[in-house]
Design a protein around this ligand. Structure first.
Ligand code: FEO
Length: 396
């Protein structure tokens, strides 16, 4: 009992929603859940494009079987080996032992490594294609979007790009599956959070992928997470282009750690000065309260960033240290930057936060402000000057 969802006459959506898992990759919050998208092409030959996370196998297989109606599977296309998509490969090969598994030269060793499968693997190279009848799939590699083996496939007759993690989003598909069936704008924050958290480190590979795929005449983008795009393709590609160039909008994230409110007060004073200069997008986050997932997403959204921390045992506050490390691991570039710090007997936080800017080549808009004990008049003014300098940069 399943009413098929068609992308075209022979192509079906068989993805599933996960509202139970709390953390994606056991790290990133899934308060709106996530979908694992998978597709079946039931032509003269049958191909499945990616599977789902292992725990979702039963409900996914029920959809696949409803489409197949007793037919065998000729091909499983493995666009990406991360287990949220490859988790059902082993059991699928047991159900369909004749099925060929299609991957590139980096995929095949991973299939063996993860699942011990060495037989019936078909190697494809850049630009290779397989004929399914009316449908023809061509393969393009997009290394590091998100793993080295990542690839996409393009169905030539219906001009559908099966884009793997690229253009994916957090958030389940709550009835609407295509972008014109849902409130597209309400997904944008989850799209950017997914991009920034999962793919954000790989801005250059995303740029290369966009250039490579730019030559295709795409009528539909069918990613491995989130909505299928047929109305907002240009908009989606434009957002990906901006995010992967780290081209933030006018706005500032002020993220601080604070034990007893002194660094927090510096953040408040700075934020007020920025607002007085006419900047409206100002997001102030306590890193001990808000998960870095959301802070990082806003750091991708806005051009300005101010980090603040007290000195804690001669180091950064551990929760700020964690965020700063993540930013460095992700290699986020192209930001205006400022630093706030406080200390009780010896200051170290501001120095350490300055190092983040050196590593990531951010443009420092004003000298770091670091206060001993509670905020006093001269450093109050220095916070305001930092805020003004940030606002000036943003407006310029
Ligand atoms: Fe959705 Fe990189 O896996």
């Amino acid at each position: 009992m399943y009413k098929p969802v068609n992308l075209s006459t022979d192509i079906y959506y068989v993805g599933v929603n996960d509202r139970k898992t709390s953390l994606f990759e056991n790290m990133w919050p899934l308060d709106k859940g996530v979908s694992y998208n998978s597709y079946v092409i039931a032509d003269e030959k049958v191909a499945i494009i990616d599977t789902v996370e292992a725990g979702q196998f039963e409900k996914w297989l029920a959809k696949v079987r409803a489409i197949l109606n007793g037919r065998n599977v000729d091909y499983l296309v493995v666009n990406h080996m991360e287990p949220d998509h490859s988790g059902a490969i082993r059991i699928l090969t047991e159900l369909y032992p004749e099925m060929e598994i299609i991957g590139n030269k980096k995929t095949i060793p991973m299939i063996e490594g993860y699942y011990g499968i060495t037989e019936n693997c078909k190697l494809v190279k850049e630009g290779d294609s397989i004929e399914l009848g009316n449908n023809k799939l061509s393969f393009y590699q997009i290394p590091m979007v998100h793993w080295p083996e990542s690839m996409v496939c393009f169905e030539e007759n219906n001009q559908i790009l099966f884009s793997s993690d690229a253009f994916g989003s957090f958030g389940t598909l709550d009835g609407g599956i295509f972008d014109d069936e849902l409130d597209f704008d309400s997904y944008i924050d989850e799209m950017r959070r997914y991009y920034s958290n999962i793919v954000g480190k790989y801005g250059n590979p995303v740029q290369k992928a966009l250039q490579k795929l730019g030559g295709l005449d795409i009528k539909m983008i069918a990613p491995s997470h989130g909505p299928i795009y047929r109305e907002n393709i240009e908009r989606m590609i434009k957002m990906y282009d901006q995010w992967s160039k780290y081209e933030g909008e006018e706005g500032v994230v002020i993220a601080y750690a604070s034990m007893y409110g002194n660094t927090e007060e510096m953040a408040e004073v700075t934020a007020r000065a920025i607002a007085e200069e006419g900047i409206k997008n100002i997001k102030v986050y306590d890193v001990s309260k808000t998960h870095p997932s959301y802070i990082i997403s806003d750091i991708f959204k806005y051009k300005g960033l101010i980090l603040g921390s007290p000195t804690y045992s001669n180091e950064l506050h551990p929760n700020m240290e964690s965020l700063a490390l993540k930013l460095q691991h992700m290699g986020i570039s192209n930001h205006y930057y400022g630093v706030l710090g406080s200390f009780t007997w010896a200051g170290a936080a501001a120095k350490k936060l300055n190092v983040v800017a050196e590593t990531l080549k951010w443009e420092v808009v004003a000298e770091a402000v670091e206060e001993k004990h509670a905020l006093k008049a001269d450093k109050y003014e220095a916070c305001r000057e930092l805020g003004k300098a940030m606002a000036e940069k943003l407006k310029a």
